[in-house]
Design a protein around this ligand. Structure first.
Ligand code: GTP
Ligand code: SPV
Ligand code: MN
Length: 597
């Protein structure tokens, strides 16, 4: 078999080595052409791997179902394999690289037999730009190829840009037997290598995304002086045409895609405000010559949560996903060959297959057992092209990125965190990020709704020790003379019946407007133990169905609850271990002190 599929000897040598291991019957280089993509779509449809949907209603859209045991990221099977255990830290799973290569080699051995090896050259960020990093993913899955074609920049121009350099991320993926017990998502940051085996699901197998653009990239960012974060990037244009950018880190399935594509409420729209999406999941940030943090979205598409997406909550995402999209694990409406998910509308299809491909009876839907009774899996997704997004920023392909005015942290907290507060400064803001907590969601395998610490929404994605990661944050604040201001939001406060109090979605812009006003020193605030909280009259609730009293409640800080939380923070810091920066312990002590006063 000819393994010289590129003009780069390092790439070819590595492919030859992998071919010897997985033993494909054929090798195909993905060149980024539409003709090749179309041939692969046809092939996937002929084998049942994908289903072509109604061409009139959903042009160039496809449905794919993963294995029933393979519907989310698997954090307990995700490993950081550094030569020293302490470099991976206490929060990550660790395996010795040699041991891991040996163990996984057995699983990979012959796993491509009778199959084609697809070689995908891809770029994270604009090809040839300062931010760009290149990867090559080897996979046995057409579904992976077609998703990577949407999510990243794929093509022969990537190989041209790489030239004869050895500086690329080597990704090996094999579906193998989709065996849960032998599923591994392993990262070798010292070797620029990612090995993923026995899964066919999103974040486990689209290696450019969480594996490269967060875990490997965060490791590289620390070494090279930049940051890789689990953040959306949003531009807010004022009536005079000036655009200010916000980046926000929320844990998985906590509202990044929604905030990134929000439509301004009438009070702002009528004045001429507009919003622009730069990214919905990942941001790479560098310090510019002006001392500001400049961000790019390294991806080229959206891998968004389907359930809850509708014409009211996120019309831009819906419009984006109406063409050229791959739907994964949604409900299949057999009457018109379209798709459906919970929260799309109030008309569940009567003649449909659920996400497992079984005949589905919508009348049996039980909120308490969504996985088994819903039409779409709670973590079902759409893979859609950024270029199809109606509110895509004209800076999306700008190699320089966009300057960030505010960094926003947030999570799902039923009680403790107020609607919004501002940190006192960068160090305190880093502390605020480090103590983030959120209720777990269906985006990762495991229990849903349990509060856990998820610092900077990066708990599953930091490719090294969490304490070192916080130290890197502190350092970046010193390097960036004009660093963004740091805030925390919570769209998910609930009343005693468990209903969300804040309307959320587009109305979150009301909070972002306060944030931007703070960045420009245009509005005051009340100093509390946890940070600056808005004066209620400074959040515009015109046209909302909530009272001023409710807003006051949303902004309230319950000192007793916070003191309780401090105990949890201390436990978590101890778990992270001895690399937690002293500055953060100082911040914790200062917080406790202010709360006790
Ligand atoms: P990942 O792709 O997993 O990283 O998720 P994400 O952070 O992009 O979350 P996404 O925007 O897809 O939202 C996840 C879920 O939260 C969806 O079901 C949304 O409908 C819901 N959601 C998003 N924003 C809000 C909000 O402001 N309020 C409420 N109540 N729900 C929201
Ligand atoms: C997340 O879980 O944060 C996602 C989906 O964005 S995945 O690609 O599976 O990581
Ligand atoms: Mn995400």
């Amino acid at each position: 078999m000819n393994t010289n599929v590129t003009a780069n000897k390092y790439v070819n040598e590595w492919i030859a080595e992998m071919v010897e291991l997985v033993k494909p019957s054929d090798i195909v280089l993905i060149d980024g052409t539409e003709a090749q993509a179309e041939a692969l779509r046809k092939e996937a449809c002929s084998t049942g791997e994908m289903i072509k949907l109604n061409e009139t209603e959903l042009p160039n859209c496809y449905l794919h179902r993963t294995a029933i045991n393979d519907v989310a990221r698997v954090e307990n099977r995700t490993f950081i394999c550094t030569s020293k255990k302490e470099d991976a830290g206490n929060i990550n799973n660790w395996m010795d690289p040699k041991e891991c290569y040996a163990k996984l080699s057995k699983l990979y051995d012959g796993s491509y037999k009778g199959k084609t090896m697809y070689v995908i050259p891809y770029s994270m960020s604009v090809v040839g730009s300062d931010f760009a990093k290149y990867g090559i993913e080897l996979t046995d899955s057409i579904y992976v190829v077609l998703n990577m074609l949407i999510m990243t920049r794929v093509g022969l121009n990537v190989l041209e840009a790489l030239g004869d350099s050895a500086d690329f991320i080597k990704g090996l993926h094999a579906r193998a037997d989709i065996d849960e017990e032998n599923r591994y998502i392993c990262h070798f940051p010292e070797d620029n290598t990612i090995w993923s085996v026995n899964s066919g699901y999103g974040g486990n197998v689209l290696l450019g995304k969480k594996c490269f653009a967060l875990r490997i990239a965060s490791y590289l960012g620390r070494k090279e002086g930049w940051m890789a974060e689990h953040m959306l990037i949003l531009g807010i244009e004022s009536p005079d045409g000036e655009v200010k950018y916000i980046s926000a880190a929320f844990p998985s399935a906590c509202g990044k895609t929604n905030l990134a594509m929000l439509i301004p409420p009438e009070i702002y729209k009528s004045k001429g405000y507009k919003t622009w999406c730069v990214g919905d999941d990942i941001a790479w940030l560098r310090v510019g010559k002006d001392g500001r943090l400049w961000a790019v979205n390294p991806e080229n598409g959206f891998f968004g949560v389907a359930p809850g997406t509708n014409v009211n909550s996120n019309p831009n995402a819906l419009a984006t996903a109406m063409r050229d999209t791959i739907f994964t694990n949604v409900c299949h409406n057999l009457d018109n060959n379209t798709v459906w998910w919970e929260g799309l509308d109030k008309n569940p299809p009567k003649n449909a297959l659920n996400w497992k491909g079984e005949v589905w009876d919508y009348t049996k839907y039980d909120k308490a057992d969504k996985v088994n009774t819903s039409g779409a899996h709670p973590n079902s997704r759409f893979t859609a092209m950024a270029a199809n997004c109606p509110c895509l920023s004209d800076k999306f392909n700008d190699p320089a990125g966009v300057p960030i005015s505010a960094i926003v942290f947030g999570g799902r907290r039923a009680k403790t965190a107020p609607l919004v507060y501002q940190s006192f400064n960068w160090q305190h803001g880093t502390f605020v990020g480090s103590i983030m907590a959120s209720e777990t969601t269906a985006a990762a395998a495991g229990a849903v709704g349990v509060v856990r610490r998820d610092p900077m929404a990066m708990r599953p994605f930091v490719g090294y020790d969490m304490g070192d990661y916080w130290a890197h944050w502190l350092k970046m604040g010193k390097v960036a003379a004009n660093a963004p201001k740091i805030f925390h939001v919570n769209w998910f406060r609930t009343d005693d019946e468990g209903n969300f109090i804040w309307p959320g979605f587009g109305d979150n812009m009301r909070v972002l407007m306060w944030i931007l006003a703070r960045c420009e020193d245009k509005v005051g605030a009340t100093e509390t133990a946890i940070g600056y909280v808005p004066n209620p009259d400074d959040i515009d609730i015109t046209g909302l169905d909530i009272s001023r009293d409710t807003l006051v409640e949303l902004l309230s800080v319950d000192k007793a609850l916070w003191l309780e939380d401090c105990a949890g923070i201390e436990d978590f810091y101890k778990q992270v271990g001895d690399r937690v920066p002293a500055e953060l312990y100082d911040e914790l002590a200062a917080l406790k002190d202010r709360l006790s006063k």
